[in-house]
Design a protein around this ligand. Sequence first.
Ligand SMILES: [Zn+2]
Length: 81
Amino acid sequence: MDVTGIELSLAMPRTCTVCPHPHRDDIDRRLLDGAPLRNIAKQFSLSSASLFRHNKHISKVLSNARQEAEILRADGLMDTT
Ligand SMILES: [Zn+2]
């Protein structure tokens, strides 16, 4: 299975301070939960501006991941027949 598309989109935004963050998973989860940017920024010592920018990276990664999942699912359905 080719995952280079996902890896590329993760590595692409070099100006983003959130993408390389060690607690990125937690940050992403909080953003997806709809937590206020100011709260997350405070919690992880980031600026709400960079979180706002990073928010777009999440949806990009997620839609890629969803596509991959759909492809995997389709492959699985074909394999079981
Ligand atoms: Zn980012």
